[in-house]
Each structure stands twice: as structure tokens, then as C-alpha cells.
Design a binder for this molecule. Sequence first.
Ligand code: FAD
Length: 464
Amino acid sequence: MKKTVIIIGGGISGLTSGIYAKLNGYDAVILEKNHVLGGACIGWERKGCYIDGCIHWMAGIKETSNFFGLWNDVGAISKDSPFFFQNDFHTIDFGDKKFTVWADTDKLEKELIDFAPEDERQIKKFCKLVKRFRKIEGPVHKPVDLMNLFDLLKIAFTMLGDYYYVAKTSKLSCADYAKKFKNPYLSKWLADAMSADYNFMSFLYMLGHVSNRNGGIPIGGSVEIIRRMQEKFLSLGGEVKYLSEAQKINVYSGVATGVTLKNGEIINGDYIVSSTPVEHCLKTLLEGKYPLKSIDLRLKDEKTYPTYTYTTAVFKVQADLSSAPLSHVVYLNKPITLEKDYNSVSFRNYSYDKTLKAPEGYTVVQATLSGNDKTYYWWKNVKETGDYKAEKQKIAEQLLSVYIEKYPDLLGKVEIIDVISPLTYERYLNTRHGSFQGFVHTAEGKSLMQKGVIKGLKNFILSG
Ligand SMILES: Cc1cc2nc3c(=O)[nH]c(=O)nc-3n(C[C@H](O)[C@H](O)[C@H](O)COP(=O)(O)OP(=O)(O)OC[C@H]3O[C@@H](n4cnc5c(N)ncnc54)[C@H](O)[C@@H]3O)c2cc1C
């Protein structure tokens, strides 16, 4: 009889676990708390418009990429999957001055030198680094648990020429790197581009892979990626239980045997995989009985290991915005205040993908403030004082005013159709502080190759 793997969480990681379990001859059941799969990789509909809640860029889409085989195995993409490759990555708008961050590195170099000739030497060095990072990718051929000395040496060997640059830039924050530039606008952009805490390597990695076309935006958005993965999982005979929130992982004599759902149902399996956010798994599902030193250290130190949060208002705009920038970062004359003053807003225009649903003549635009754990605490407090709905509306209206100031012709043509706060992510995903990805890669933080196995707990794997 086939052994059964029970997977808690049906995001990208849970689906990946389920597909590989099936491909390796196991039965697989995914328990998902929501009524759809996808987790953070999701889109939804409001007022006739599709709102993409995730993918701004997807890495590893070139057939030569380390990641491509993995994406292909799990059905997320194939060599024929359509992608949109953006020419303009961001338009950085300071009101009196603006420049475009082109995906094409040579074009970017020229744009930046024209903008800040006093920084020509640094700009050239910067663009050279972006090009270097085009070929740098993480190892994906094996989970960390299964790597041996030979595998680790192989990784070290393939990175030999680049190791110096990876090591150096991963210990440098974007804010510190920005200090190398004399031009105050350029310096500001570099400091803020990811979030000042981020290490510079992450920024180079992103620009490198976008410029290389190994990073693109999947046509059909996040839901299309998940639809294909779901189809693959189901076609292999996998089973999904929706609206099945796990409450507890059942452990007898050090062996994980099953899962108790919130509704009291018990689902037993031979192996249990948790693809939920890690803190939720360790503290809630495993009741804190199997702490991991490496994770605890990170959870306790929010300065070195912050999370990244979004506060977003979604606009339904009665206009064709094909000629507007895809991502327009607007620096503000008057800040928007949450737990701190936010001095810039990022507007993302979804006109690049005509397959995304919107009524004829309308375009979806998302206005985002990027924050961290502190933004989450602020929202939490607002909720506790009963002002959550009103604050969401207030902030969305402030974002709308900035948008209209920038695009005055759109006055009267923009409707706020949704507002998303870190509390939305927390409620929907059980994620730490409403963050939507792992810890921010800061310059001070140590990178972590986390094993999926937990000492003292058999038949259990941590994933995601
Ligand atoms: C706005 C936004 C933009 C992003 N942009 C990008 C991008 O451009 N490129 C990129 O690569 N990544 C991006 N990401 C990050 C990416 O989406 C995530 O890293 C990835 O989807 C995480 O997948 P996961 O399966 O590990 O976790 P999750 O997606 O969090 O999946 C966990 C699943 O577990 C479920 N769950 C939680 N608790 C329970 C429980 N107790 N019982 C049952 N089910 C449970 C959740 O509902 C969820 O479905 C973005 C994310 C967001 C939100």
C-alpha cells in the first residue's frame, strides 16, 4: 500500500511538496485553510477587476536557469509559458526630476549618467555589478537535508569567480551603498529601492535577473501559475481538502502521525509536511514543543531579521494606461503618516497584461507603501482601538490624492476597490506580522540553509 503524505498549506511550497510526493510514489493530501490554493501567490476579483496579490517578477524562467527544471517539474511554467518582459523597471519621480530604471543595463547606465554625470564612475561600477549578478543563482537541485560535502563543494566551485562579490554585497546595506553616490536623488533611490534594511546583493540579484530576462512577469498573473500547479497535482492523483485549517500536528512517542483540524477532524498520514509560515508551524501547530534555535534567534531579533509588509490600495481607473509607467515611484511633498512618515508611494499599473480581467476601458492600479514589523504593530493597534476600517479608507484616500496629483486628467475616474494591510496577510496566511515573504535579507543578518527535518520529531518535514 502507498504511504500517505499529509501537507499542511496549499501555497507554492505545499503544491511543490505534493507534486514531488506524487512523483515519488506517495499518496498526497493537501490541507488548505482557505477555499482556494495559492497562499501568498494569489489574485482575486473586485468590482469586475482582477487584482493580482503577488507576482511582480518571477525568477528562474530561462531554460538555462537552475530553477527552470524545478518550475517545469511542478507545472508552474514550461518553455512555452508566456511572460511579459518589462523594459522600464521603475520610473523614479521626485516631482522636479525623474529617471527610469531600464531593464536593459546599458540603457540604464546611459540614463543614470545623463541624470547624474558627477557619478559616472560609480554608475559604471554599479551597472557592471548588475551584469555580474545575471548569472548568479541559488542552488536548487537538492534540499539542504540531502546535501553532502560534495554538493557543498560543487556550489562553492560554481560560484568561485563571483563569491567575492556575493560576500561583499550581502554584507552591505542598500542605504550604505547609496552613500557612494554624490547625486542626492540617485542616492535616495538606491537607499529606498528595496527598503533601506535590505542588503545590496538582493537588489543586484533582482536587477540582474530582470535585465537578463531570467526574471519576467507571467501572463495571467499569480493565479495562472497556481492553476497550472494545481492541475499538475490533481492530474497526478493528489487530493486537496479546502477550508481545512490545521490546529495541531499530532505526535506520539516522537513520531508525527496526523493533523487535527480546527473543526475537530483528525487526518492521519505516514508523513506530515508543514508548508505553512514557519512561526505558525513551530509555535501553534507544534505547540512550541520543538523549538529551532536558528529560527528562534531570528524571531527574537526584529532589527536584524525584520519582515517586509505592504499596505496597498487598489484603484479601478477608467482609462487606458498603456503609455503610463508600469511601476511609478512617486516621492511626496507631504508624507503619508502611519507608524512613521512615508515619503514615497509606488504605483503599479496592470495594463501590461490584457488577459487580466477588467471592464472594457478600465485599468487596475495598485498603490503601495512598503513597511516592516512596525507597520504591522501600528495596524494591530488601530484594529484594537476599533479604527481599522476608517484608517484603511483614510490611507486609501491619501494614496488616491497623490495619484490624482500626478495624473490630474484622471480626476473623477478612479474608484478605490480594495485596501490590503499586513493584517489581511496575517488573517489569510497565518503569516508572521503580516509579512508576505521570509525575513528581509539585511546586511547584518546571517543567511540560513534551514533543514526540513527537526531533531526528535520523526516523519515530519518543514517546508516553505
Ligand atoms: C504582494 C506580494 C508580492 C510578492 N511578490 C513576489 C515576486 O514578485 N516574486 C516572488 O518570487 N515572490 C513574491 N512574493 C512572495 C511569494 O508569493 C511567496 O514567497 C510564496 O508564495 C510563499 O509560498 P509558500 O508556499 O512558502 O507560503 P504561503 O504562500 O504563505 O503558503 C502557505 C499556505 O498555508 C496555508 N495555511 C497557513 N496556516 C494553515 C493551517 N493552519 N492549516 C492549513 N493551511 C494553512 C495558507 O493559507 C497558505 O495557503 C510576493 C508575495 C506577496 C504577497
